[in-house]
Design a protein. Structure first.
Lengths: 115, 114
């Protein structure tokens, strides 16, 4: 079974600085997808960024980018120019098409942004 | 506004009671999912559905029942609530396999079983 591990339960960053959240996963599949979701205090889960495993280029969405290392099975999220609104819990997730399209989630990393 | 709606947002129930959490989506997405979120466990899949009248168990299905008679609705029923089912429940949907494009989530239901 696929597993997703987020080794940092909590992280903090100063406003306007850059922070990187770590995620590793385990799979025997070659074709899969990786995601980062944001859960602010409002509880709403929001898809932040998506990466297709067959693409070598790292995905980018405005201030959010990923460092995808397929061989190492690593998928970290970099947040640049951190803002107070970035404070949230971030979940890394994995999905492939062998398991009815279900996604597997990590346990989450709580990010605090200090003014 | 179109989207995925969960109700109620908060619910307190007593041990042994039956309770149903509602999930409604307006996009006609094929795939729908129920997850529970507990501290230290991330999100764990309870049940999922690939289409109307097609449902299957996830990682933690015991004590839960689902149905999907219509594409847009996917209610989750706790047959006899236990304290261990105190959690935040999320419904999610995806037009195609969620593996490809990720999910759209509802706003969650915080359920407390006393």
């Amino acid at each position: 079974a696929q597993t997703v591990t987020q080794s940092q339960p909590e992280m903090s960053v100063q406003e306007a600085e850059t922070v990187t959240l770590s995620c590793t996963y385990d799979t025997s599949e070659s074709d899969y997808y990786l995601f980062w979701y944001k859960q602010p205090p409002s509880r709403q889960m929001i898809l932040v960024i998506r990466q297709e495993a067959y693409k070598q280029q790292n995905a980018t969405e405005n201030r959010f980018s990923v460092n995808f290392q397929k061989a190492a099975k690593s998928f970290s999220l970099k947040i640049s120019d951190s803002q107070l609104g970035d404070a949230a819990m971030y979940f890394c997730a994995y999905g492939d098409n062998t398991n009815a399209g279900k996604s597997t989630f990590g346990d989450g990393t709580t990010l605090t942004v200090k003014p | 506004d179109a989207g995925i709606t969960q109700s109620p947002r908060y619910k307190i129930t007593e041990t042994g009671r039956q309770v149903t959490l509602m999930c409604h989506q307006t996009w006609s997405h094929s795939y729908m999912f129920w997850y529970r979120q507990d501290l230290g466990h991330g999100l764990r899949l309870i049940y999922y559905s690939a289409a109307a009248d097609i449902t299957d168990k996830g990682e933690v299905p015991d004590g839960y029942v689902v149905s999907r008679s219509k594409t847009e609705n996917f209610p989750l029923t706790l047959e006899s609530a236990t304290r261990s089912q105190t959690s935040v429940y999320f419904c999610a949907s995806s037009a195609v396999s969620g593996a490809n494009y990720g999910y759209t989530f509802g706003s969650g239901t915080r359920l407390t079983v006393v």
